[in-house]
Design a protein around this ligand. Sequence first.
Ligand SMILES: NC(=O)c1ccc[n+]([C@@H]2O[C@H](COP(=O)([O-])OP(=O)(O)OC[C@H]3O[C@@H](n4cnc5c(N)ncnc54)[C@H](O)[C@@H]3O)[C@@H](O)[C@H]2O)c1
Length: 226
Amino acid sequence: MTSEHESSPSDPSDEAVCKAELSTPAVGRLSLYYRELHRLIAAGEKSTNSRDLGQMVNVSPAVVRRDLSSVGSIGRRGVGYDVQLLAERIGAVLGSGVQWKAVLIGVGSLGNALLRYRGFERLGFSLAAAFDTDPAKYGREVGGTTVRPLDDLEAVLEKAKPELAILAVPSEQASEVAARVMAGGIQGILNFAPTTLRVPAGTAIINVDLASELQQLAFRIQNIRM
Ligand SMILES: NC(=O)c1ccc[n+]([C@@H]2O[C@H](COP(=O)([O-])OP(=O)(O)OC[C@H]3O[C@@H](n4cnc5c(N)ncnc54)[C@H](O)[C@@H]3O)[C@@H](O)[C@H]2O)c1
Protein backbone atom coordinates (compact mmCIF):
# COMPACT_ATOMS: atom_id res chain seq x y z
CA MET A 1 0.00 0.00 0.00
CA THR A 2 1.22 3.50 -0.74
CA SER A 3 2.40 5.42 2.31
CA GLU A 4 0.62 8.67 2.95
CA HIS A 5 2.14 11.60 4.78
CA GLU A 6 0.65 12.44 8.10
CA SER A 7 -0.21 16.03 8.74
CA SER A 8 -1.63 17.71 11.80
CA PRO A 9 -5.16 19.08 11.72
CA SER A 10 -5.06 22.60 10.38
CA ASP A 11 -6.70 25.65 11.91
CA PRO A 12 -9.27 27.66 9.92
CA SER A 13 -6.71 30.29 8.91
CA ASP A 14 -4.74 27.55 7.09
CA GLU A 15 -7.71 27.08 4.80
CA ALA A 16 -7.58 30.68 3.65
CA VAL A 17 -3.84 30.42 3.05
CA CYS A 18 -4.02 27.20 1.04
CA LYS A 19 -6.99 28.46 -1.02
CA ALA A 20 -4.95 31.49 -2.05
CA GLU A 21 -1.93 29.34 -2.96
CA LEU A 22 -3.68 26.70 -5.05
CA SER A 23 -2.99 26.89 -8.77
CA THR A 24 -5.84 26.61 -11.28
CA PRO A 25 -4.78 23.07 -12.38
CA ALA A 26 -4.56 22.00 -8.72
CA VAL A 27 -8.09 23.27 -8.10
CA GLY A 28 -9.22 21.31 -11.17
CA ARG A 29 -7.62 18.14 -9.82
CA LEU A 30 -9.15 18.67 -6.36
CA SER A 31 -12.54 18.87 -8.00
CA LEU A 32 -11.84 15.52 -9.73
CA TYR A 33 -10.66 13.89 -6.45
CA TYR A 34 -13.84 15.21 -4.85
CA ARG A 35 -15.98 13.58 -7.55
CA GLU A 36 -14.13 10.25 -7.21
CA LEU A 37 -14.30 10.33 -3.40
CA HIS A 38 -18.07 10.69 -3.57
CA ARG A 39 -18.21 7.75 -5.94
CA LEU A 40 -16.19 5.72 -3.39
CA ILE A 41 -18.46 6.82 -0.53
CA ALA A 42 -21.51 5.75 -2.56
CA ALA A 43 -19.84 2.37 -3.13
CA GLY A 44 -19.33 1.94 0.63
CA GLU A 45 -15.52 2.36 0.57
CA LYS A 46 -13.94 3.70 3.74
CA SER A 47 -10.38 4.45 2.68
CA THR A 48 -8.25 5.07 -0.36
CA ASN A 49 -4.63 5.95 -1.12
CA SER A 50 -2.68 8.23 -3.39
CA ARG A 51 -1.93 5.49 -5.91
CA ASP A 52 -5.59 4.52 -6.40
CA LEU A 53 -6.81 8.11 -6.35
CA GLY A 54 -4.12 9.02 -8.87
CA GLN A 55 -5.20 6.21 -11.18
CA MET A 56 -8.81 7.39 -11.01
CA VAL A 57 -7.94 10.87 -12.27
CA ASN A 58 -4.87 9.94 -14.30
CA VAL A 59 -2.13 11.65 -12.28
CA SER A 60 0.83 10.25 -10.36
CA PRO A 61 0.64 9.35 -6.64
CA ALA A 62 3.21 12.09 -5.96
CA VAL A 63 0.93 14.73 -7.50
CA VAL A 64 -2.00 13.45 -5.45
CA ARG A 65 0.05 13.63 -2.23
CA ARG A 66 1.25 17.15 -3.03
CA ASP A 67 -2.28 18.36 -3.86
CA LEU A 68 -3.75 16.81 -0.74
CA SER A 69 -1.03 18.09 1.56
CA SER A 70 -1.72 21.59 0.21
CA VAL A 71 -5.27 21.37 1.56
CA GLY A 72 -3.99 20.22 4.96
CA SER A 73 -4.94 16.63 4.24
CA ILE A 74 -5.51 13.93 6.77
CA GLY A 75 -3.66 10.93 5.34
CA ARG A 76 -2.11 8.39 7.72
CA ARG A 77 1.10 6.57 6.93
CA GLY A 78 0.35 3.01 5.83
CA VAL A 79 -3.40 3.49 6.20
CA GLY A 80 -4.22 5.96 3.48
CA TYR A 81 -6.99 8.51 3.43
CA ASP A 82 -10.36 8.28 5.13
CA VAL A 83 -12.60 8.97 2.12
CA GLN A 84 -15.32 10.72 4.11
CA LEU A 85 -12.91 13.04 5.93
CA LEU A 86 -10.96 13.77 2.78
CA ALA A 87 -14.14 14.58 0.81
CA GLU A 88 -15.23 16.95 3.59
CA ARG A 89 -11.83 18.61 3.67
CA ILE A 90 -11.66 19.13 -0.11
CA GLY A 91 -15.31 20.18 -0.16
CA ALA A 92 -14.60 22.87 2.45
CA VAL A 93 -11.68 24.22 0.41
CA LEU A 94 -13.67 24.19 -2.85
CA GLY A 95 -16.68 25.88 -1.27
CA SER A 96 -18.95 22.85 -1.53
CA GLY A 97 -21.46 22.54 1.25
CA VAL A 98 -22.15 26.20 0.52
CA GLN A 99 -25.21 26.60 -1.69
CA TRP A 100 -24.43 28.60 -4.83
CA LYS A 101 -27.12 30.20 -6.94
CA ALA A 102 -26.57 30.57 -10.66
CA VAL A 103 -28.45 32.09 -13.56
CA LEU A 104 -28.16 30.89 -17.14
CA ILE A 105 -28.25 33.31 -20.07
CA GLY A 106 -28.97 31.90 -23.52
CA VAL A 107 -31.26 28.89 -23.78
CA GLY A 108 -30.23 27.46 -27.16
CA SER A 109 -28.76 24.00 -27.81
CA LEU A 110 -26.12 24.31 -25.11
CA GLY A 111 -28.31 26.20 -22.62
CA ASN A 112 -31.00 23.52 -22.95
CA ALA A 113 -28.50 20.77 -22.19
CA LEU A 114 -27.10 22.66 -19.19
CA LEU A 115 -30.57 23.28 -17.75
CA ARG A 116 -31.34 19.56 -18.02
CA TYR A 117 -28.05 18.47 -16.44
CA ARG A 118 -28.63 17.20 -12.89
CA GLY A 119 -24.95 17.07 -11.88
CA PHE A 120 -24.84 20.71 -10.68
CA GLU A 121 -27.21 20.18 -7.74
CA ARG A 122 -25.07 17.40 -6.30
CA LEU A 123 -22.24 19.91 -5.87
CA GLY A 124 -24.43 22.59 -4.31
CA PHE A 125 -25.27 24.65 -7.41
CA SER A 126 -28.86 25.58 -8.10
CA LEU A 127 -30.20 27.37 -11.15
CA ALA A 128 -32.25 30.32 -9.99
CA ALA A 129 -33.40 31.48 -13.44
CA ALA A 130 -32.77 31.26 -17.17
CA PHE A 131 -33.00 34.07 -19.74
CA ASP A 132 -33.20 34.43 -23.49
CA THR A 133 -34.03 37.15 -26.01
CA ASP A 134 -36.20 34.92 -28.22
CA PRO A 135 -39.87 35.55 -27.36
CA ALA A 136 -40.76 32.05 -28.65
CA LYS A 137 -38.85 30.64 -25.66
CA TYR A 138 -40.36 32.80 -22.91
CA GLY A 139 -42.34 30.77 -20.38
CA ARG A 140 -40.93 27.44 -21.56
CA GLU A 141 -39.86 25.11 -18.79
CA VAL A 142 -36.53 23.36 -19.33
CA GLY A 143 -35.21 20.97 -16.68
CA GLY A 144 -37.46 22.58 -14.08
CA THR A 145 -36.42 26.19 -14.83
CA THR A 146 -38.67 28.63 -16.66
CA VAL A 147 -37.14 30.72 -19.44
CA ARG A 148 -37.63 34.44 -18.88
CA PRO A 149 -37.08 37.48 -21.10
CA LEU A 150 -33.62 39.02 -20.73
CA ASP A 151 -35.43 42.25 -19.80
CA ASP A 152 -36.21 40.63 -16.42
CA LEU A 153 -32.50 40.05 -15.70
CA GLU A 154 -31.81 43.01 -13.40
CA ALA A 155 -35.01 42.50 -11.36
CA VAL A 156 -34.22 38.80 -10.86
CA LEU A 157 -30.60 39.48 -9.90
CA GLU A 158 -31.77 42.07 -7.40
CA LYS A 159 -34.29 39.69 -5.83
CA ALA A 160 -32.60 36.26 -5.99
CA LYS A 161 -29.04 37.55 -5.49
CA PRO A 162 -27.28 34.71 -7.35
CA GLU A 163 -23.50 34.65 -7.19
CA LEU A 164 -22.83 33.00 -10.55
CA ALA A 165 -23.85 33.40 -14.17
CA ILE A 166 -23.47 30.87 -16.97
CA LEU A 167 -23.25 32.46 -20.41
CA ALA A 168 -24.40 30.35 -23.34
CA VAL A 169 -25.09 33.20 -25.77
CA PRO A 170 -23.54 33.85 -29.20
CA SER A 171 -20.04 35.32 -28.85
CA GLU A 172 -21.10 38.77 -30.20
CA GLN A 173 -23.53 39.09 -27.26
CA ALA A 174 -21.23 37.79 -24.53
CA SER A 175 -19.46 40.96 -23.40
CA GLU A 176 -22.66 42.99 -23.18
CA VAL A 177 -24.41 40.26 -21.20
CA ALA A 178 -21.33 39.88 -18.95
CA ALA A 179 -21.37 43.62 -18.22
CA ARG A 180 -25.04 43.44 -17.28
CA VAL A 181 -24.67 40.48 -14.91
CA MET A 182 -21.63 42.06 -13.25
CA ALA A 183 -23.53 45.33 -12.77
CA GLY A 184 -26.24 43.22 -11.14
CA GLY A 185 -23.83 41.83 -8.55
CA ILE A 186 -22.70 38.55 -10.14
CA GLN A 187 -19.30 37.51 -8.76
CA GLY A 188 -18.37 34.64 -11.06
CA ILE A 189 -18.99 33.90 -14.75
CA LEU A 190 -18.76 30.58 -16.56
CA ASN A 191 -18.48 31.67 -20.18
CA PHE A 192 -19.20 29.16 -22.95
CA ALA A 193 -19.10 31.73 -25.75
CA PRO A 194 -15.87 31.35 -27.75
CA THR A 195 -14.55 34.76 -26.85
CA THR A 196 -12.18 35.84 -24.10
CA LEU A 197 -14.06 38.14 -21.79
CA ARG A 198 -12.30 40.81 -19.78
CA VAL A 199 -13.59 41.21 -16.27
CA PRO A 200 -12.46 43.58 -13.53
CA ALA A 201 -10.58 42.34 -10.47
CA GLY A 202 -13.09 41.06 -7.98
CA THR A 203 -15.01 39.03 -10.57
CA ALA A 204 -13.96 35.46 -11.30
CA ILE A 205 -14.23 34.08 -14.81
CA ILE A 206 -13.78 30.68 -16.38
CA ASN A 207 -13.92 30.47 -20.16
CA VAL A 208 -14.92 27.05 -21.47
CA ASP A 209 -14.06 26.60 -25.12
CA LEU A 210 -14.83 23.05 -26.20
CA ALA A 211 -13.49 23.59 -29.73
CA SER A 212 -10.18 24.74 -28.30
CA GLU A 213 -10.08 21.68 -26.00
CA LEU A 214 -10.61 19.46 -29.07
CA GLN A 215 -7.83 21.28 -30.87
CA GLN A 216 -5.49 20.60 -27.93
CA LEU A 217 -6.53 16.95 -27.98
CA ALA A 218 -5.77 16.70 -31.70
CA PHE A 219 -2.39 18.34 -31.09
CA ARG A 220 -1.56 15.76 -28.40
CA ILE A 221 -2.54 12.87 -30.69
CA GLN A 222 -0.29 14.26 -33.41
CA ASN A 223 2.61 14.34 -30.94
CA ILE A 224 1.94 10.76 -29.81
CA ARG A 225 2.01 9.62 -33.44
CA MET A 226 5.31 11.37 -34.18
N1 LIG B 1 -23.63 23.87 -28.79
C1 LIG B 1 -22.45 23.52 -28.35
O1 LIG B 1 -22.08 22.32 -28.29
C2 LIG B 1 -21.50 24.53 -27.84
C3 LIG B 1 -20.38 24.08 -27.26
C4 LIG B 1 -19.50 24.98 -26.75
C5 LIG B 1 -19.75 26.32 -26.84
N2 LIG B 1 -20.84 26.79 -27.45
C6 LIG B 1 -21.04 28.24 -27.47
O2 LIG B 1 -22.11 28.53 -26.57
C7 LIG B 1 -22.93 29.54 -27.13
C8 LIG B 1 -24.34 28.98 -27.33
O3 LIG B 1 -24.27 27.92 -28.27
P1 LIG B 1 -25.61 27.23 -28.79
O4 LIG B 1 -25.20 26.13 -29.68
O5 LIG B 1 -26.48 26.91 -27.63
O6 LIG B 1 -26.24 28.43 -29.65
P2 LIG B 1 -27.77 28.62 -30.02
O7 LIG B 1 -27.80 29.55 -31.16
O8 LIG B 1 -28.48 27.33 -30.10
O9 LIG B 1 -28.34 29.38 -28.73
C9 LIG B 1 -28.03 30.70 -28.39
C10 LIG B 1 -29.21 31.24 -27.59
O10 LIG B 1 -28.87 32.51 -27.06
C11 LIG B 1 -29.99 33.36 -27.25
N3 LIG B 1 -29.50 34.72 -27.21
C12 LIG B 1 -28.94 35.44 -28.21
N4 LIG B 1 -28.57 36.65 -27.74
C13 LIG B 1 -28.90 36.67 -26.42
C14 LIG B 1 -28.78 37.63 -25.41
N5 LIG B 1 -28.20 38.83 -25.60
N6 LIG B 1 -29.25 37.33 -24.18
C15 LIG B 1 -29.83 36.14 -23.94
N7 LIG B 1 -29.97 35.17 -24.86
C16 LIG B 1 -29.51 35.45 -26.09
C17 LIG B 1 -30.61 32.92 -28.54
O11 LIG B 1 -31.97 33.31 -28.64
C18 LIG B 1 -30.47 31.40 -28.43
O12 LIG B 1 -31.58 30.83 -27.75
C19 LIG B 1 -22.28 29.98 -28.41
O13 LIG B 1 -21.45 31.09 -28.14
C20 LIG B 1 -21.47 28.77 -28.84
O14 LIG B 1 -20.37 29.11 -29.64
C21 LIG B 1 -21.74 25.91 -27.93
